[in-house]
Design a protein around this ligand. Sequence first.
Ligand code: WTA
Length: 653
Amino acid sequence: MSTQHTAKQIFRPNKDLSRNAAIKNMCEYHDLQEWAEEDYEGFWGTHAKEKLNWNQPFTKVLDESKFPFVRWFEGGKLNVSTQCIDRHLIIRKNKAAIIFEGDRGDQQIITYLQLSYNVNKFANLLKNRFNVKKGDRVVIYMPMIPESAYAMLACARIGAIHSVVFGGFSSKALRERIMDADAKIVITADGAFRKGKPYMLKPVVDEALAGTTPVDKVLVIQRNNEDIEWVEGRDYSYNEVIEQESSICEPEIMDAEDPLFLLYTSGSTGKPKGVQHNQAGYILWAQMTMEWVFDVKENDTYWCTADIGWITGHTYIVYGPLAIGATTVMFEGVPTYPDAGRAWKMIEEYKINQFYTAPTAIRVLHKVGEDEPKKYDLSSLKILGTVGEPIDPSAWMWYYETVGNSKCSIVDTYWQTETGGHIISPLPGATPIKPGCATFALPGIMAEILDDAGERVPAEEKGFMCVTRPWPAMVRGIWRDEERFIKAYFSDVKKDGKPVYFTGDGAMYDDDGYITITGRTDDVINVSGHRLGTAEIEAAIQKYDNVAEVAVVGKPDKIKGEGVFAYIVLKSDSGVADELEEFKTINDIIKQEIGNIAICENIVFVPGLPKTRSGKIMRRILRSLAKGEAIVQDISTLEDPSVVATISELIGQ
Ligand code: WTA
């Protein structure tokens, strides 16, 4: 059993870890941060020169003249796939680049040399057979198998822009992303395995492509070998055509600011946004944060449990680990199948040194097997990472004490799709850590918690988590929507009269200046570390004829962080008799429109929503009601104050 701790408790880094760490103590950290503050361009320019292999050196470090449309490392040319592969072939060609473990325990070890062959062949296939050119968009709708990484790196090699869509998204969500990105081809698999059983992806692609689309080719990787339908002339079997390609593909030499990928993510309003990351700045920061935050040594084995459909999979399964020549573990399954010990068994077997997962996974693993980690030899572990949502001090303590045996550093990494890589995180050999605290901004990141007036907030007061200067891996735009880019990130908070990047999260300093992230301040909710826009879920529910009005909020959940809670006003003439049936229908619609990740655990059918006289839905009240909190706001100005009591009663039932 874990002892009771307060959030103020401090744990100092393990001395063995500090001795050899990339950043060894807080003095080194402050020196780096001071360097960045005093000479921002010198700091970044030096790192960019040292860390990346340039085909042509850059002539200007940062151009902010068109802020927030900034340009880093102007004049520089490079190829991201060569950073991740070719430059390692001299000294580590036979080192494992990817260790793959399938859901059913099948294994593959892919060395850097094999990775090179596979990616080059894949790149040639895209270029020669499918005529994919620099700047074309390629949608990747794949399970967690090594071919997903080959596909991403193959795009990078030929200068195509990939847009990975999480395999849990529905055909409609997939179609929406294909259309917005104006993609030329889709790379998918027949399906894969989950909890010992096959599941399918190709039929979802077929559905997404019904009707007119810009896609003319679909490349299908065989994974589960289930029967699938083929569209003659459109669909190609990877396994049949790949061997015909050469394993040498000259990399396309890219400008530092050419786009590398798009990744769609939810915002507080409207459709998902195509977050755009560019070449040099992104790969530089992926590499630097890998070195600083995970402190991966040459012989280490690193495992991040994310899915490549999310930014964590992009930066910390594929690009970051490969950029530093590390061994990255890729896992198809779930950490609790076939039993509660799966993750711990993998750590023991592969002698994992850095383990990186989400608070939801930690809470699930805790729940299903509190003492399970003790049955395995986890002594190889040095660093335990967490990402995606705030981690509660009790989950943190279990991770620290039971999984890490009180000797590992916990890195609570705060970042977002838009930041490209970590921005606030402990440094494992340097930062004294506190449960539930993301601690401090990484060197080079000018993060500050500001209030409405753009002033730094005092300790223990909530404010807006902002970054006051552009950094190399900052989102470069929302695909083909400049206005939305400015509105989404640079219109809420100003410092000294100038707009700054606002993350959408609230945060707080403690008396020692440690940062705790308190969660989103907008209409984005975070379910098991998955970012969902309430507006998107509402739009899906609205598709149901019987629905007159709907409002969706997040409800705190012990395991998932938040759950989806919907208030629905049915049409008066809908003649609904069975609420359970309606519940099922509504969730089926959500599954079709978005996917399983967005289904509602709670739906209350209400006679009306609390609105102001001007018709604005009072979401704050709905959030409080969902939490079961007493309503302290003044409700007398509502159009119909009585709905609050009615809703409260209905929830109570
Ligand atoms: C949340 C995932 C608290 C936050 C990398 C952010 C966190 C959103 C943390 C981004 C953390 C991520 N502590 N909250 N360590 N990490 N978040 O774009 O609300 O999928 O804005 O990127 O997750 O989610 P996204």
